[in-house]
Write a protein that binds this ligand. Structure first.
Ligand code: UFG
Length: 342
């Protein structure tokens, strides 16, 4: 059966891939976004409501206009380093904003939500494969803000019967260039886009933040998961919530770690470009190794990630970065770089 879903943050990187997944399967999609980091051009499926979670009146209008079966909540500030330097916007957007959204849902009798959380709630992990029960001990305001919102959902399940699924992503990566969507941050801090932009001769020179970690090659190890596989997990979460009351949590990753150096080597083989980089000091707030156990998501939700190898994930991102649409903040740099080559 199809349903009507409100995608908060649907103009952003992961939210736009969610809209594609649901719309392709016949669901009615509505995007709510304040376009602070999202893009109008990324809203290719469903209607866009321009509203801010910090504005309860705008939220009330959004919920009054239409009936939603469930909400998916991708709106957040999400950069670890920035959260350390500027904690207040992280707590206002991610904590107060989430509370405003939950209150609006309650006022309008919408009782199901899928919430985007993060591996950052675990801080420096104490075990190899991180499962859902691993102690939560965030080491930065971003992780702390997400953990607080997780707590809201547990409390709301108990008090109000709110049904929720919290999905803790490890490192979201990849794109769907054939559908015109991908990662398009004005200020890019993530590894894979930075590596690919370096391959294109764009952006700042590539830096490897630390090569003296306690890992095989000394660089940080992360678990990269394709955004389309994240979208699949959210869709499964909708079905799960319809059957199960309560607040539920799942970790989403590929259960495989790749070092920064392995990412650069794989990108070199995908692009055919020798990618220059400098080794720089460690970046504040970076744990050495973050690798998920997603056994629970596979067993309970029936999640079957399709993008399990690093190479196709990077290849999809490469096709996106090589030919960005005009709305991407990288489109101009791209035209410039091509002009330079010509
Ligand atoms: N890195 C570099 N050079 C760069 C960019 C990143 O060496 O130019 C390194 C980082 O130091 C880190 C790894 O590459 O070791 C991955 O960094 P990203 O910035 O791509 O991703 P993070 O692991 O820092 O962050 C991601 C999400 C966060 C989430 C976090 C969980 O973006 O939202 O995983 O810890 F909180």
């Amino acid at each position: 059966s199809t349903s009507s879903i409100l995608i908060c943050g649907g103009a952003g990187y992961i939210g736009s891939h969610m809209a594609q997944w649901l719309a392709e399967r016949g669901h009615t999609v509505t995007v709510l976004d304040n376009l602070s980091t999202g893009h109008r051009g990324a809203v290719r499926w469903g209607r866009l409501i321009e509203a801010d979670l910090m504005d309860p009146a705008g939220l009330k209008r959004a919920f009054s206009g239409q009936r939603f079966d469930a909400v998916m909540h991708f709106c957040a500030r999400s950069l670890v380093g920035e959260s350390v330097a500027e904690p207040y916007p992280y707590y206002s957007n991610n904590v107060t904003g989430t509370l405003n959204l939950l209150e609006a849902m309650r006022d309008h009798n919408v009782s199901q939500i899928v919430f985007s959380s993060t591996a950052a709630v675990f801080g420096n992990p104490i075990s190899e494969a991180i499962d859902e029960e691993h102690p939560r001990s965030p080491i930065n305001p971003y992780g702390a803000s997400k953990l607080m919102a997780e707590r809201f959902l547990a409390d709301a399940a108990h008090a109000y019967g709110l049904r929720s699924v919290t999905l803790r992503y490890f490192n979201a990566a990849g794109a769907l260039p054939e559908h015109g969507i991908g990662e398009a941050h004005a200020c890019e801090t993530h590894l894979i886009p930075n590596v690919l932009r370096a391959a294109l001769g764009q952006g700042p020179a590539l830096k490897v933040f630390g090569n003296d970690y306690d890992t095989a090659d000394g660089t940080c190890v992360r678990d990269y998961v394709h955004v389309q596989d994240l979208a699949q997990a959210h869709a499964l979460a909708l079905g799960f919530m319809a059957r199960e009351a309560g607040a539920h949590t799942f970790n989403l990753g590929n259960a495989q770690g790749f070092s920064v150096q392995e990412v650069i080597a794989t990108a070199a083989s995908v692009t055919g470009v020798q990618i220059p980089y400098d080794v720089a000091p460690r970046r504040a707030g970076d744990p050495a190794r973050l690798v998920a156990s997603s056994e629970k998501a596979r067993r309970v939700l029936g999640w079957t990630p399709q993008w399990t190898a690093l190479e196709p994930i990077i290849e999809s991102a490469w096709r996106w970065h090589r030919d960005p649409p005009s709305w991407s903040p990288h489109a101009h740099a791209h035209a410039h770089a091509l002009g330079h080559i010509a």
